[in-house]
Design a protein around this ligand. Structure first.
Ligand SMILES: Nc1ncnc2c1ncn2[C@@H]1O[C@H](COP(=O)(O)OP(=O)(O)O)[C@@H](O)[C@H]1O
Ligand SMILES: [Mg+2]
Length: 275
């Protein structure tokens, strides 16, 4: 391999022989032009690695660039500087096997709940028989039974979010990019959906990048929690979550390690004091 770069160090050579990172974000800059023509730096030389099978949560103040970061990883937005690799390949278009759940749902307004979920399985190339079996299963667990023929405008925000989750789960990507996917759900439904996501993740060892503003949710779900600073977004904390799995219920909430980890994330967010 000679691409004009100096000879690889021993460490780099070691990395070449092992699996590439699922995601490698290297010196990523993102700048937008504001309405007055001035440049707004949203992400500043960001470095981030996500290993295959890892579940990473990203937390940060509103406007710090979380959604922007996911859009770059998914190939929807080109970097202003630096680069992003998925499976060792530089991202210039949506990479294969990447599923995205947007912050605002992007359901097909004319299509039924069933069809909005089925499209995920169709995109994944599943057979008609497989779709006919799998979609009702998903509808059941998503608590959407009885709403199969409804259209998105006839649903609550939380129900639409569950349909979007169903579409993602039906697609079964290798890499899940999820932008505040449970933001519109009540806490009990959130817990049920989180458990299902973890079941899929742990069964198939997918990789997940999960943006949330819910600190407890991040610590409950993830292997690592990344805290971004206010704009321009930089990594303030990269916190491994060592709590054993499964992590559930009141026992978890009462675990002092859980509270310490949540406290560390809270501190890194550096929220201004009330009043
Ligand atoms: N297409 C765009 N043009 C100009 N500014 C943008 C664009 N997209 C995002 N921004 C700005 O980039 C910043 C980060 O946005 P975003 O990634 O949505 O933040 P977050 O998801 O962390 O709340 C915000 O200040 C937003 O206004
Ligand atoms: Mg966002």
């Amino acid at each position: 391999m000679n691409d004009g770069l100096p000879a690889a160090s021993a460490a780099q050579e070691h990395r070449v022989t092992t699996q590439p990172a699922k995601i490698a974000v290297e010196g990523l800059d993102i700048a937008f032009t504001g309405l007055d023509g001035s440049e707004i730096l949203v992400l500043d030389r960001l470095d981030l690695r996500v290993e295959p099978g890892e579940f990473v949560a990203i937390v940060g103040p509103s406007g710090c660039g979380k959604s922007t970061l996911l859009r770059v990883i998914s190939g929807l937005l080109p970097p202003s500087g630096g680069r992003v690799l998925v499976d060792g390949v530089k991202v210039t278009a949506p990479p294969p096997g990447v599923g995205f759940m947007f912050q605002r749902d992007t359901l097909m307004p004319w299509a039924t709940v069933f069809d909005n979920i089925a499209v995920g399985a169709e995109l994944a190339g599943r057979s008609k028989a497989d779709i006919a079996r799998r979609v009702p299963d998903l509808i059941g667990f998503l608590r959407l039974t009885g709403f199969e023929k409804h259209r998105p405008h006839q649903l609550s925000g939380g129900m639409r979010q569950r349909v979007a989750l169903g579409r993602l789960l039906a697609y079964e990507p290798d890499l899940y990019l999820m932008d505040e996917p449970f933001g519109a759900l009540d806490s009990q439904t959130k817990a049920v959906m989180g458990r299902e996501l973890l079941r899929v993740w742990s069964t198939h060892r997918r990789s997940v990048v999960f943006v949330t503003h819910d600190i407890e949710e991040a610590v409950t779900l993830a292997d690592r929690v990344i805290v971004l600073s206010t704009r321009p977004g930089r990594i303030r904390l990269d916190l491994p979550i060592t709590l054993p799995r499964p992590r559930e219920g009141r026992a978890l909430r009462g675990d002092p390690v859980f509270s310490q980890l949540c406290g560390a994330v809270w501190d890194a967010l550096d929220l201004p004091p009330i009043a």
